[in-house]
Design a protein around this ligand. Structure first.
Ligand SMILES: Cc1cc2nc3c(=O)[nH]c(=O)nc-3n(C[C@H](O)[C@H](O)[C@H](O)COP(=O)(O)OP(=O)(O)OC[C@H]3O[C@@H](n4cnc5c(N)ncnc54)[C@H](O)[C@@H]3O)c2cc1C
Length: 454
């Protein structure tokens, strides 16, 4: 077990080359990358254990970063199911229309040599953050990282604009180190204190609410048509009562995560309590049959970045690097929700740049700015830039109100069989759109959507 938080860290002064704030996926990756280069790393986590305060929807998209840091990572990590089925549903007027992706059987499972047995269809893994984050931090401890839990960083030590350590709440002394890596999540007090951003704005973040339901493993396999350790992710558009956002259901081994990700400004404008919204979704047709007789285990809520690269702050300063959600590196474009893989990869890159800078004895702002270049060259910032327009498009209210109704009306007409003559899709679509939105608005949305995704 990691040692408890000391009341004083005075005796540790000068004992560490680097301090990492936050033992989530970004922080543990940064700590591992530094420790592997032989540096003495202090990893500080405010929770009673890593993962204690962390939750997410449930699927981590595959990325190679953790395999570079922990040998045999995917064979040993406590993941729940390998995702082979992804379902996207549009819900409106009581009916739903779904697009189902079913990967080739056995794809997505890690092979003995790392990676997957079928890289072409590899998607990712569902996991539990309290178990996963704890296990991952234990790998860092095994590689020499000093982990202190129950330690909340409450301030930075700054001199002439350079960071040289942190203050810990309740501790009498400070902890010094030539470099600090901030991985303290969406609100990042550390990045804010260093002047890298001026605080999070409601239009840049979403509130995620999640309920966890217990079901037997066989029950999940049967209801979601899964086999062995196969898993499924279900995303729903149109069941957030007009609030910008979406709902999800992800399968773990013996539990199902059900939740919503809601744009905070849209939620505030509507003044609807999020848990009531989630309860109504759980009781609604697409979810209710899948969750029949399932037992509610817990509720949780968390903020996540949602504004694409617009939210990414300056990524470094003298003596400081920022990674993961703290750097706004998380996005959803309505089809894909990614954050964990971006957190691990950015943490790895931040740790490596910090290690090189330590080896050269140059922790200047100019030297550490190379981290931004590393992120630009990686899939992290490339993917975020690729989908920036799609992320913007997701701020269009009509996507969550008008279009789900129009798609449902069109599909109902298409499949209606009542002894009257059938019509082609064109006239059916015109009828579904009538009174819902002007053709000009439809063309504008098709254009914007096309630029976002095509
Ligand atoms: C509802 C929801 C659904 C999501 N679904 C998905 C998904 O399906 N797939 C996906 O990839 N991503 C998803 N995400 C996003 C994903 O959870 C994040 O991108 C990821 O956790 C970021 O990792 P991180 O290490 O940067 O930050 P975090 O996981 O937030 O970790 C930060 C750590 O820092 C600690 N900390 C914070 N402040 C301090 C302090 N002052 N001192 C010490 N410690 C501190 C925290 O306790 C925490 O352990 C979802 C998020 C939510 C909320």
């Amino acid at each position: 077990m990691p040692p408890a938080a000391p009341t004083t860290l005075g005796s540790d002064r000068g004992a560490f080359d680097a301090i990492v704030v936050g033992a989530g996926p970004a922080g543990t990756s940064a700590a591992l990358a530094l420790a592997q280069k032989g540096f003495r790393v202090l990893l500080l986590e405010r929770g009673d254990y890593p993962g204690a305060k962390n939750m997410f929807g449930g699927m981590m998209a595959y990325c190679p970063a953790p395999e570079e840091l922990v040998p045999g990572f995917w064979e040993r990590a406590p993941w729940e199911r390998a995702v082979t089925k992804r379902v996207l549903s549009v819900v409106g007027g009581g009916s739903s229309t779904s697009l189902v992706f079913q990967a080739a059987s056995d794809s997505g499972r890690p092979s003995a040599g790392g990676g997957s047995t079928s890289d072409q269809t590899l998607t990712g893994f569902t996991l539990f953050r309290p178990q996963f984050d704890r296990w991952y931090a234990e790998q860092a401890v095994a590689q020499g990282v000093t982990l202190l839990t129950g330690c909340r960083v409450e301030g930075l030590l700054l001199h002439d604009g350079a960071v040289w350590g942190v203050r810990i709440a309740g501790a009498e002394d400070v902890v010094e180190a030539p470099v600090v890596v901030a991985c303290d999540g969406t609100l990042s007090l550390v990045a804010q204190q260093a002047g890298l951003h001026t605080g999070v704005r409601a239009e840049h973040v979403a509130l995620g609410v999640r309920a966890l339901y217990a079901l037997s493993e066989e029950g999940i396999d049967e209801r979601f048509a899964l086999d062995g350790r196969e898993g499924a992710t279900y995303e729903f558009l149109g069941c957030t009562e007009g609030i910008r956002g979406g709902s999800f259901m992800y399968t773990q081994t013996e539990t199902v995560s059900v939740g919503m990700v809601l744009h905070l400004d849209s939620l505030k404008a509507r003044g609807v309590p999020p848990y009531g919204l989630l309860e109504r979704f759980v009781a609604s047709p697409p979810a209710a049959s899948l969750l029949r007789a399932a037992r509610l285990v817990e509720y949780s809520a968390h903020l996540l970045p949602e504004a694409g690269t617009r939210m990414v702050p300056r990524l470094s300063a003298a003596g400081l690097l920022v990674a993961g959600d703290a750097a706004g590196l998380c996005y959803t474009n309505g089809l894909i929700q990614e954050g964990m893989n971006l957190a691990m990869t950015s943490g790895l890159l931040a740790g490596r740049v910090a290690a090189e800078a330590l080896a050269e004895g140059d922790l200047s702002a100019r030297r550490l700015a190379r981290y931004a270049g590393e992120l630009e060259r990686s899939f992290v910032l490339k993917d975020m830039k690729t989908f920036d327009r799609a992320v913007d498009f997701m701020r269009e209210d009509r996507l969550f109100t008008v279009y789900p109704r129009v798609i449902s009306a069109l599909m109902e007409d298409l499949y209606r069989s009542d002894g009257t003559p059938k019509e082609k899709i064109g006239p059916l679509a015109r009828r579904a759109l009538k009174g819902e939105l002007p053709v000009r608005a439809l063309i504008a949305d098709l254009f914007r959507g096309g630029r976002g995704y095509l």
